[in-house]
Write a protein that binds this ligand. Structure first.
Ligand SMILES: Cc1ncc(COP(=O)(O)O)c(C=O)c1O
Length: 468
């Protein structure tokens, strides 16, 4: 094999020649090249050209404590110095993940019993799928294995979790979804409720559709329902009033487990430690990642109830050990980072701070955007929000997807110095800033956003794509 030894390449050129970026338009990346971020502090990032941004999305919804906390960096260094790695198979262990599991169980609902650690939200959800199957097999219900997710859900990109994800761009050309996954309605009141329906009516209608699906498939074949307390990547969709209690009534009736995917909503994002608390969810399993370490190093977790634990601890006959786990499950350096991250979250009372600054943010975002003629809906809760643009506010008609109106908004925002995120398959951009954001920084961010919004409107009028 010939090894290329190109010297004097710029970092940008090196990237284009050697790096495959996730969720990136690969061909146009070869033209535009990468945007390289070199440093961060609080809610601000700096790129390799020295341009500063406010990151209104905390990386990928994950840097809850913001950048530059030396306390976390020191905890990582101290753990790496003392013991950089040991595994957790064969009853082996290290101190930090044991303490972390114990601490997490004091933050989650009381029925939760054990934490299994992983390295990404995807692998934790994959673990949850396997645990659901294992549990039902051990209960003598091997045919009870289908998982119901929702259209527009996001649960990851592994073979199983990309299947759970309810976005067509994650399936197309990947031979997905797997047949054991079904997708029920998106609970998006603004987009899908029939005229005259209250939010409660709409929640009941969603629950009815779920029940119809379970009955059509046969309840004896349906194992679990998975949901993000707030749908994130699929559009920042806040559950309508009474949604989860209605859904759970159906799940209980047919012995279907509830998996709360708290990968985005965990660790303060909705104004409580977990979205399950904010939206009255009573999970049998929880998926955590992102805010667990605020992204300083990768770590995720699957948390299971006492009821599930009681079954799986017995194991299948003739099999000595629980045959699941990753080399880097319960990595001590990641656990040390998580412990320091949680120290900061507790000390700053970040869930409460998120509720307070979040209320301000939601009000200001509506003041800035809700009456703009391009804006169909401003939605959100605490420090999680989206603004969806439409061609016609009355009919909610969307723009031609080829116009890339959502990406245009996030591109202009970025030029103004604000990082937002354009969401897939709709013209919405999202906000999920670090929970340490101040009201002054909210004002600053929204000023930049407002400028970008006006620029999009001007551009659409100028090109004749929009006639307000
Ligand atoms: C709700 C949810 N679940 C799972 C995942 C997958 O996590 P990861 O990208 O760490 O695999 C994500 C990622 O954004 C997510 O938002």
């Amino acid at each position: 094999m010939e090894i290329r030894q190109d010297h004097n390449l710029s970092l940008e050129e090196m990237d284009k020649q050697s790096f495959l970026h996730g969720y990136t338009a690969l061909k146009s990346h070869l033209e535009t090249g990468p945007e390289i971020i070199v440093s961060g502090s609080g809610v601000r990032l700096t790129n390799s050209a020295g341009k500063e941004y406010i990151d209104a999305v905390a990386g990928l919804w994950c840097v809850n404590i913001g950048w530059g906390h030396k306390e976390v960096v020191d905890a990582i260094a101290a753990q790496a110095d003392e013991l950089a790695y040991y595994h957790s198979f064969f009853s082996m262990g290290t101190e930090a993940p044991i303490r972390l599991a114990d601490r997490l169980l004091r933050l989650v609902p009381d029925n939760m019993s054990k934490v299994s650690f992983g390295n990404s939200g995807s692998d934790a959800n994959d673990t949850n799928v396997k645990l659901v199957w294992y549990y039902n097999n051990l209960r003598g219900k091997p045919e009870k294995r289908k998982i119901i997710s929702r259209k527009r859900a996001y649960h990851g990109v592994t073979v199983a979790t990309a299947s759970l994800t309810g976005l067509s761009n994650v399936h197309t050309a990947f031979n997905l979804p797997l047949p054991m996954v079904l997708h029920t309605e998106t609970p998006h009141y603004w987009r899908h409720a029939e005229p005259g329906m209250s939010e409660r009516d709409f929640s009941q209608a969603c629950a009815r559709k779920l029940e119809e699906m379970i009955l059509a498939e046969g309840p004896e074949t349906v194992a679990a329902f998975i949901a993000e307390p707030v749908m994130g990547a699929g559009g920042v969709i806040i559950p309508p009033e009474g949604y989860f209690p209605e859904i759970q009534r159906v799940l209980r009736k047919y012995d279907v487990l509830m998996i709360a995917d708290e990968v985005i909503t965990g660790f303060g994002r909705t104004g409580n430690w977990f979205g399950s608390e904010t939206y009255a969810i009573e999970p049998d399993m929880m998926t955590i990642a992102k805010g667990l370490t605020s992204g300083y190093v990768p770590m995720s977790g699957s948390i299971i109830s006492e009821e599930i634990w009681e079954v799986i601890k017995e194991g299948p006959p003739g099999v000595a050990a629980f045959a699941h786990g990753y080399t880097y499950s319960a990595h001590p350096v990641a656990a040390a980072a998580a412990m320091a991250n949680l120290d900061i979250m507790e000390r700053l009372d970040l869930p409460q701070k998120c509720a307070e600054v979040g209320a301000y943010f939601q009000r200001r975002l509506r003041e800035v955007a809700a009456d703009h003629p391009l804006v169909g809906e401003v939605r959100g809760d605490a420090l999680l929000a989206a603004v969806e643009l439409v061609k016609d506010r009355e009919t909610k008609e969307a723009f031609d997807p080829d116009l890339l109106v959502g990406p245009m908004l996030s591109k202009y925002a970025m030029e103004e110095g604000l990082i937002t995120r354009s969401l897939p398959l709709c013209d919405a951009v999202s906000f999920s800033p670090p929970l340490v954001i101040t009201t002054a920084e909210v004002d600053e961010a929204l000023e930049l956003f407002e400028r970008a919004l006006h620029r999009v409107a001007d551009e659409l009028v100028r090109t004749g794509a929009w006639n307000p």
